[in-house]
Write a protein that binds this ligand. Sequence first.
Ligand SMILES: Cc1cc2nc3c(=O)[nH]c(=O)nc-3n(C[C@H](O)[C@H](O)[C@H](O)COP(=O)(O)O)c2cc1C
Length: 368
Amino acid sequence: MNELTEKLTFASGATLKNRLMMSPMTTQLSFFNGVITKDEINYYAERAGGVGAIITGAANVQDIGKGWPGELSIADDETLPRLKELADAIHAKGAKAIVQIFHGGRMTSSATLSGQQPVSASAVPAERPDAEVPRELSEAEIVETIKAFGDGTRRAINAGFDGIELHGANTYLIQQFFSPHSNRRTDAWGGSLEKRYHFIDSLLKNIFEVVDEYANKPFIVGYRFSPEEFETPGIRFEDTLYLIEQLAKSRLDYLHLSLNHYERMPRSEKYTEKSILAYVHEALKNRKPLVGVGGIRNRKDVESVLENAEIAAIGQQLLVDPTWAEKLLDNEDSKFVTKPFEEAIHDLDLPVPLYNFLVERYQSIVNI
Ligand SMILES: Cc1cc2nc3c(=O)[nH]c(=O)nc-3n(C[C@H](O)[C@H](O)[C@H](O)COP(=O)(O)O)c2cc1C
């Protein structure tokens, strides 16, 4: 098992002081133009004690990639001064600062995009109520989008972040290129499994070029992915094993498996013996550190995750219990918040947009 308090040095040379990260969680607290608010900076700073790194909620790299109102943006240089304040505030608490960069693709709406039609790999809507039909990106636009991820990386470097995480999970644009549901292209960017990986491959090449050109200290590049899709056609666990093989050969510092619970089993009938996390860890064969996540609330959960991952990411527990990581490291487990999240959010003084977002989110989960 990986030891919670052990340091970890990534391939880039950056070192995490322990095996805890705050999982990326959008707060919906940014201004209308994506500039981060003081409330949002305080929110992250309050949670940065103890953890090795904070990963911010998703930040869009292009205006057309904005997924929801209140989202953090890294699409323009005007976002830089406040992003720098955020990186400084996280550093002041002793944690590394990683910004998650993304593009919503078809998982947005023309209302969020001020009337513009969402874009994706192909003109296929998501399978969810009220999903809009996206416009298929032209080849020139795909190249521009890849460049925008590079520009976002350059801004993260300039703002003083220690790294970026590519959000290749949770059905957003990067995943949309890899998915046979959203990618029906027949050109160089779609068709076979290999061609559906082409976007990710080009993205990584561009990002490492930017890192080599602009970073003057080790800069972390991580990649988050979701293991399976529900749609047919859709990403199956076998596709994910192919993705892992490709990512394992890259310069990435870590892979981050997006899961709602670390014990979740694959849907595929061929993989019935262990959890998704255990299968992915085994497939990686120690070629990259793996970040495990989902449902961590106490020490036992951290230890279970660290049996099949090098790093444990904590989302909602840190949201409702900002000093949880410090309590864990100080052996003050009896002070952990143990209430259900939907109850615990009422005990905190959360900024109003975040509070309303969480109330709605927990209500919709309860109603499913
Ligand atoms: C309010 C909220 C916002 C989230 N936003 C993001 C996000 O911006 N990017 C992302 O990759 N995952 C996001 N997630 C998923 C979390 O990172 C995490 O994978 C999930 O909550 C499971 O971990 P947990 O049980 O520790 O919360 C979000 C989750 C929540 C609850």
